[in-house]
Design a protein around this ligand. Sequence first.
Ligand code: AMP
Length: 417
Amino acid sequence: MLYKRPIGTQDIIPDTVGEWRYVEEAFRSLADRYGYGEVRTPIFEDTDLFLRSVGKETDLGSKEMYTFEDRGQRSLTLRAEGTAPAVRAYLENHLDKTDKERVVKLCYLAPIFRYDRPQAGRYRQHHQCGIEAIGSSDPALDAEVVSFAWNFYAAMGLTGIKVLLNSVGCPVCAPGYVLKLQETMKTSLDTLCEDCQRRYTENPLRMLDCKVCREPMQAAPRLVNELCEECDGHLDQVRRVLDALDVPFEMDYNIVRGLDYYTKTAFEFQIQGIGAQSALGGGGRYDKLVEKCGGHPTPGVGLGMGIERILLARQNAGLSAAPTARHGVFVVALGDAAWLESLKLVQELRLAGVRADADYRRRSMKAQLRFADNESFAQAVILGENEIASGILGLKNLENGEQVEVPRAELLERLTP
Ligand code: AMP
């Protein structure tokens, strides 16, 4: 073998694609019921879009992006996260102008690229399905987004999921908190990991969710105690609606999310047993992002869920999509004259909407029938010289072995649905 796929990527092959489709279709169906319309954005964007939105000082912005220069010396970056491209598309396609009163609800299913150390559940190319609700600061929308994920994970058969909720404040209250945090941690800076010593000046909030510094960070003040009146009231309302929607959640004051653009609500979904990371999905409110991307100040809230981690969690729970039921027709050709006829019949069936196939190796009838059975065809048509001459075909039910004679002209209507 001359080539292998790049480290941290996966091939999805016919054996595994069933689970992917199951998750994707369930996501599209739920998004549809909640009123989220699908957007498909390019796989690469202007590097600056990600730098401005996620922030240069975040791990993502500083060292995880797949950035390259194209032949026209433009700096481009493979999709590093889902929200900024959705917001860019929202602005570029004037979705904000069509109806000022309307909340624009978008969803996406997309590959995401991050240069990180690969391990179980962490890849350099992973896939996320996500939703974004742009245009309202109503806390009910934050709760809708959280409950969407909760209901989606339930539809995926997953249990034991923790919903962790927090508020990261807003430009009114967060800066005061950050000063207080720095003040508190100043004397114990040398007990923090190297990354947090850097974060202390560059991105202090991120010290809160560092897995290494849990112990020293216990001394940190709680942002939730420093929220301004508006953020405090917003959080109360989100909690109230989540209670009403029966979404069980815990407050976790260390959930700050990695990216710069979050304001107010931040949340994460966790489950055990999917590798070193337990995050299944997460998101939050981003009231400053649209403005940062050049639009009018417009609030928004969204969520991203990793598909690979859903698949891992389903695998751990012993869940798998039901195998597709037997369906379609295999055309068994016997002899040279029947061979071309069988190919014509297969095409006719396929164009009429029926799964159909023929033998390309001119094997014996027994071998062809065994193959058709293994490939889960429901029926087989037997086509030999006699059948061509008489126009009467043999139609065999591959489940119970029964065979009947059918005029060729009636074949389509006699097939099992
Ligand atoms: P984030 O965009 O970092 O908020 O990630 C949202 C979700 O995507 C996470 O909760 C994970 O489920 C998933 N995810 C993030 N990074 C990776 C990765 N490198 N490999 C696999 N899944 C990931």
